[in-house]
Design a protein around this ligand. Structure first.
Ligand code: S6P
Ligand code: ZN
Length: 184
């Protein structure tokens, strides 16, 4: 049977040009992220920090999800906009990220507190091993757009991040970024 895909994705721009049946979009505001930034800013809680769009399948073994995350540009009390960051509930499930637009960092850590930071930019490819928590941070004045592919049954464990956090945080310092170590 000849068929035209129900989804078209522009890999240069990170835009869904045709949205199929499994297309999903979520926006995360400061209200959703208040527990994740180091300090609170209780004004404008409706400010959008990032959005995730994707082709999301049932959480069943063997299925794959495809998505794109857009982290907007900005800071909360000098800490750069970022995603919540998570471990996978299925801890051993790995994931691919790749840079599409903008400049950012991929912060990863394990439960023993070992961390690494990778520069994310157009065409950079990142393999996130299972057991590594992962967070995207936008360190520039334009949107950071990052593609992702992961197993549909991975799940998200945010509780561990709220409880313990990542070992470092990324702050704006003049025209660049500063890595601040935090006590957990
Ligand atoms: C899912 C994948 C991404 C993130 C997205 C938002 O495994 O890693 O789609 O969900 O980048 O990040 P977070 O930490 O708020 O879920
Ligand atoms: Zn993930």
């Amino acid at each position: 049977m000849f068929k035209i895909s129900d989804t078209y994705f522009n890999f240069n721009q990170g835009i869904f040009e045709k949205r199929g049946e499994k297309y999903l979009k979520v926006k995360k505001t400061l209200k959703d992220l208040n527990d994740f930034f180091l300090t609170k800013k209780n004004v404008n809680l409706d400010e959008i920090i990032y959005k995730v769009e994707g082709v999301i399948h049932e959480e069943k073994e063997g299925q794959l999800n495809f998505g794109v995350t857009t982290v907007y540009s900005g800071t909360i009390n000098e800490e750069f906009y970022m995603t919540k960051g998570h471990y996978h509930k299925n801890l051993f499930n790995a994931e691919y990220y790749w840079g599409i637009k903008g400049k950012g960092l991929l912060l990863m850590c394990d439960k023993s507190g070992n961390y690494s930071l990778e520069k994310v930019e157009k065409n950079s490819l990142h393999y996130i091993l299972g057991e590594k928590a992962h967070r995207l941070i936008n360190i520039s004045s334009e949107n950071l757009v990052v593609g992702a592919c992961w197993a549909s049954n991975s799940g998200h464990n945010y509780q561990e991040i709220i409880r313990k956090g990542f070992p470092v945080r990324i702050f704006k310092n003049k025209d660049t970024f500063e890595i601040i170590k935090v006590k957990n």
